[in-house]
Design a protein around this ligand. Structure first.
Ligand SMILES: Nc1ncnc2c1ncn2[C@@H]1O[C@H](COP(=O)(O)OP(=O)(O)O)[C@@H](O)[C@H]1O
Ligand SMILES: [Mg+2]
Length: 343
């Protein structure tokens, strides 16, 4: 049997299977549009619980079908809209990463301070995306990938053997370079999908409030409030990216990771996303990878410059307050990079 439980001050509702696993995961964010399309098809169907008890951490199709019976009885109301969790610091300690035998990061340590925006900059291939994926346990989804080191979320190691993968994903959300909303799913359901995929079930009113609150925070509400039932795929690229931000925010993460979130967008959409980030930083710690030096200066409080010398793993050359990294870098390689002389 599946049971439902209320956990911690956030009071989100989760399902716990017999073996103690939380379901479902949000593997959804992982990668390919093909996988997304498949999940989209399935999540659109509100099915009867035909596979009760069969849910696993890897099969999202079963997971989205399972919950109905026991969770329907539980109507979560404003709890989903409780005040944000306290701001959290993310502390990466001596992170090394490999793909097979090949080491791509070497003992990278970085503190991403609570309520601040940390920018990761550096040329392509120096391990920024790999580092970001390690911060919410997505690196381990890649076959052959391995890592060493610790990632502490407010002092608790997200890789601790007693911690659940899904906890890390819930608390540490991710937004990708290419906006990846479910194109055929409505704007409303796209936001709510964030809840479904982490196993949170809410009543109708709570969902309405959550959708509005998430879209407001993502800076999209005014543009879509009159067409919430229209497909997410009908929005412009910049709007789709903000929809993805809203989807991430719906589960109220403590950290938001953004991997070049504006590189596919026009300058106007980029500025809107940047304004959104500056607002969001009041309640969620943000880590952004960007190749746009102006963007790093406009949005970030702190900055880390990654570099991988030919044939060697990537590492951080220099880190510190953004003003210092750009205004008075202490390493000549940093000066060259931020000055546009390479990369
Ligand atoms: N899935 C993968 N399998 C094998 N090697 C990979 C994979 N992803 C990234 N790499 C390699 O790891 C290194 C770091 O890549 P990445 O983290 O994407 O860098 P960045 O985001 O800074 O451009 C690169 O040499 C890249 O080729
Ligand atoms: Mg990258």
């Amino acid at each position: 049997m599946t049971e439902t439980t209320t956990r911690d001050a956030n009071a989100v509702i989760e399902r716990v299977e017999n073996d103690g696993t939380y379901v479902p995961t949000d593997e959804i964010e992982i990668d390919s549009m093909a996988a997304l399309a498949e999940i989209e098809t399935e999540t659109e169907i509100e099915t009867e619980p035909t596979h009760e008890g069969e849910s696993t951490l890897v099969d999202l199709r079963l997971e989205v079908q399972v919950p109905i019976q026991s969770v329907d009885a539980v109507v979560v109301s404003p709890v989903v809209l409780a005040p944000p969790a306290e701001l959290a610091t993310l502390d990466a300690r001596a992170i090394s990463a490999w793909f097979g035998e090949r080491k791509v990061l070497d003992r990278v340590s970085l503190t991403m301070e609570s309520g601040m925006i940390t920018a990761l900059i550096g040329p392509s291939g120096c391990g920024k995306s790999t580092f970001l994926r390690i911060l919410n346990r997505m690196h381990e989804m890649v076959p052959s990938a391995s890592l060493a080191g610790e990632v502490l979320l407010d002092g608790v190691d997200i890789y601790d053997a007693n911690r659940r993968l899904t906890d890390a994903r819930r608390h540490i959300g991710m937004v990708f370079q290419k906006p990846n909303p479910f194109p055929a799913m409505s704007i409303y359901d796209n936001v709510v999908a964030g809840l479904r995929l982490t196993g949170t079930k809410a009543g109708r009113d709570a969902k309405d409030q959550l959708v509005e609150a998430s879209l407001i925070k993502a800076g999209l509400w005014k543009e879509v409030r009159d067409r919430l039932r229209q497909p997410g795929g009908g929005l412009s690229g910049g709007q789709q990216q903000r929809l993805c931000i809203a989807r991430s925010l719906a589960v109220r993460p403590r950290v938001l990771l953004m991997d070049e979130p504006c590189s596919a967008l026009d300058p106007t959409s980029t500025r809107v996303i940047e304004e959104t980030m500056l607002e969001l930083a009041k309640e969620v710690t943000i880590v952004i990878v960007t190749h746009n030096m102006q963007q790093a200066q406009r949005v970030s409080d702190n900055c880390a410059f990654f570099l991988a010398a030919q044939g060697t793993p990537g590492g951080i050359v220099e880190q510190g307050p953004t003003e210092q990294i750009f205004g008075a870098p202490s390493d000549s390689r940093t000066a060259d990079y931020v000055g546009g002389r390479f990369g």
